[in-house]
Design a protein around this ligand. Structure first.
Ligand code: 13P
Length: 280
């Protein structure tokens, strides 16, 4: 069933786990993620980022995501990731997304707060939730930019929460989008301070390449939503390559099944690490 992200994250705060938010690019990835969530009886979030709309147009992929959530037996929130423009954020809300991110992390804090409040006002008209970001997560969602990591200041998180009332807050603690060149050293000292001084569910971007131990530690230190993108795309591609090498793809529908399988395996692995099994 299609649900609000806020409710999934409130349950995660109560139960001391994190919910996986999986980026998808096509129907096969949606099917794979939902197959894993159903099998493990786990709540899940489906998301697509604004920079990815050039490959998967919002007016096509959006209704597919919403319909998939509505038809699922487990709770599914549909989220617009890294919204940059009011135009696309509004389109996502019109299409029935239950949550949108406004990414004002590159703006001065004042400006980020002001713009986030505008997005919250728009989202509330639809009963939808809003995620924002402060500090700067490294890399970029489509790998086109090498943005430097700028860790979130705990005092900024406190101010941001009290001035905006945002539903979820993405923090930068040494994490980055895309594949890490070396295993990241997350700043748990900063995360602990933010967690202690705020109530808002925190979001970890750049999930690909973070170790299982660090995921678990994050999920016990205020992180309630974990974004996974590159790992899904890599696993789908690798599964297809392996199946071709093993000669098990004999035609288009075998190719399609291999894509679903890759997305399924990746989602399953992460749901188990995040502790979301049987939390639907
Ligand atoms: P990765 O591509 O590193 O998994 O990051 C995903 C993400 O944070 C999407 O917003």
């Amino acid at each position: 069933m299609l649900v609000n992200m806020r409710d999934l994250l409130a349950d995660a705060q109560e139960g001391n786990y994190a919910v996986g938010s999986f980026s998808i690019a096509n129907m096969e990835m949606v099917l794979g993620v939902l197959k894993a969530a159903k099998e493990l009886n786990a709540p899940v979030i489906l998301q697509i980022a604004e920079v990815r709309l050039k490959q998967s147009p919002l007016e096509l992929i959006g209704p597919l995501m919403v319909a998939a959530a509505e038809n699922a037996d487990i709770p599914v929130a549909v989220h617009f990731d890294h919204g940059k423009t009011f135009e696309k954020i509004s389109q996502a809300l019109d299409l029935g997304f239950t949550s949108v991110m406004f990414d004002g992390s590159h703006l001065p804090l004042e400006e980020n707060i002001a713009q986030t409040k505008k997005v919250i006002a728009a989202a509330r008209e639809y009963g939808a939730d809003v995620e924002a970001e402060i500090g700067c997560v490294g890399g970029s969602e489509d790998g086109s930019q090498d943005i430097a990591i700028n860790c979130t200041k705990p005092e900024d998180a406190v101010r941001f929460e009290s001035e905006t009332g945002v539903d979820a807050l993405a923090v930068a603690i040494g994490n980055a989008h895309g594949n890490y060149k070396q295993t990241p050293k997350l700043r748990f000292d900063i995360l602990e301070e933010i967690d202690k001084s705020t109530d808002v569910p925190l979001v970890l971007h750049g999930g690909t390449g973070i170790t299982p131990d660090d995921f678990v530690r994050c999920s016990h230190t205020g992180i309630k939503k974990i974004n996974i993108a590159t790992a899904t795309f890599d696993m789908v591609e690798n599964t297809v390559c392996r199946c071709y090498n093993e000669n098990s793809i004999k035609g288009y529908y075998d190719l399609q099944a291999a894509e679903v399988e890759g997305a399924y395996q990746n989602a399953k692995k992460h749901i188990l690490i995040f502790g979301t099994e049987n939390k639907a």
